[in-house]
Write a protein that binds this ligand. Structure first.
Ligand code: GDP
Ligand code: MG
Length: 361
């Protein structure tokens, strides 16, 4: 009625713009606040006295954590092969006597200046995963390895991958792959990439280029070293391990025997068996945790990827997760997120219906 008097011809079921809502608020003495889903989530968590994405505690509580790496590049340039080679060359198969499992991410040891450290690889190549996570506001990658085949050079998806990484402010290490192939021209790749502000150290820039053969396993150690050097030079990778765990779900599926199984990446805190957990609109209690060898582990510290069994439904890839005090709270957060999604869904359906009504009229 009020809108009608203001000259807005609107029916009871129509959706209205933010501006009209604000106008309506002014007319009726309500303060209208339009919030994004992310803001809504922050408010929701705030009402439970939970802050997401923050290391609780002070400087002294922060400990170094391994870098998390995503492999990107043009199709057929060797992303999958590189991920396989790194996994096979470095995962200590003997630990659980098992063959490496594909759980969506894995950790490998790497040596820098005589010190053994770890690197976490997200095991799904391509920038789809990268952008899906970013779209949900989860920053899951510290460093991007851009793979460029030396016999093919810079291609459209190479450029796309570089753009994604640069837009996300993620430092890049370039793996010039397939140096075993006849006609490979690693120098040309370096020259081509200067156009995208990736200037090799040997040309006075600050990007590390490593010539590799993913097929023959050449220079893989040097590539891992370059990742650690880049991390040390460009990033301050620290997190508080002594808080309730937070992070991001990398992938999830329904297993016939085990129920919902999710691979999560711990970003802060330590995840323990027995923790009450919520990821997106899924909740549960961590019944078991498995590493990339299929071995049971009881605690997962920052940058560790781990398979979690115990969710009551399947979380979405890219959903952020957090641990809360009680099952009840985890359930409530999941319920409210679900209700919110249902409302959004209903609202969009209503909108469709009213538009169809208009069409019919
Ligand atoms: P992706 O599309 O980027 O994941 O590329 P793949 O890893 O599937 O590799 C595409 C093809 O190139 C496969 O046949 C690989 O075996 C091959 N390949 C990958 N790396 C190398 C390499 O270093 N040398 C040679 N000769 N072939 C490679
Ligand atoms: Mg592939």
């Amino acid at each position: 009625q009020v809108l009608f008097h203001l000259g807005e011809m609107i029916t009871a079921t129509a959706s209205v713009s933010d501006e009209i809502l604000e106008l309506l608020g002014q007319e009726m003495n309500y303060q209208i606040q339009v919030v994004s889903p992310e803001e809504e989530d922050r408010e929701l968590l705030g009402s439970f006295d939970i802050s997401f994405g923050e290391n609780h505690g002070g400087e002294e509580d922060l400990a170094a954590r391994p870098p998390v790496v995503t492999v990107m590049g043009h199709v057929d340039h060797g992303k999958t092969r590189l991920l396989d080679t790194v996994r096979k060359a470095n995962v200590r198969e003997s630990e659980s006597g098992g063959i490496t499992q594909h759980i969506g991410a894995y950790q490998v040891p790497a040596e820098l200046e005589g010190e053994e450290r770890l690197i976490t690889f997200i095991d799904t190549p391509g920038h789809e995963a990268f952008t899906a996570m970013r779209a949900r506001g989860a920053k899951s990658t510290d460093i991007a390895i851009i793979v460029v085949a030396a016999d093919d050079g810079v291609m459209p998806q190479t450029v796309e991958a570089i753009n994604h990484a640069q837009a996300a402010d993620v430092p890049i290490v370039v793996a010039v792959n397939k140096i075993d192939v006849e006609g490979a021209n690693p120098a040309k790749v370096r020259q081509q990439l200067t156009e995208y502000n990736l200037v090799a150290e040997e040309y006075g820039g600050d990007t590390m280029f490593v010539d590799i053969s993913a097929k023959q396993g050449t220079n893989i150690e040097s590539l891992l070293e370059a990742v650690l050097l880049t991390a040390d030079a460009a990033l301050d990778l620290r997190a508080n391990p002594d808080m309730e765990a937070q992070g991001v779900a990398i992938e999830a599926h329904l297993d016939r025997g085990r129920g919902p199984v999710a691979t999560v990446l711990v970003q802060r805190g330590t995840l323990h068996v027995g923790d009450s957990i919520v990821a997106g609109d899924a909740s549960g209690r961590v019944r078991r945790m498995l590493d990339e060898h299929g071995a049971d582990i009881t605690a997962a510290t920052p940058s560790r990827p781990v398979q979690v069994i115990g969710f009551t439904s399947v979380p979405g890839a890219g959903d952020t997760f957090l641990v809360v005090d009680e099952d009840r709270v985890a359930r409530q957060i999941a319920d409210r997120r679900r209700a919110r999604e249902r409302n959004a869904e209903l609202a969009s359906r209503r909108k469709r219906v009213s538009l169809e009504d208009l069409d019919a009229a």
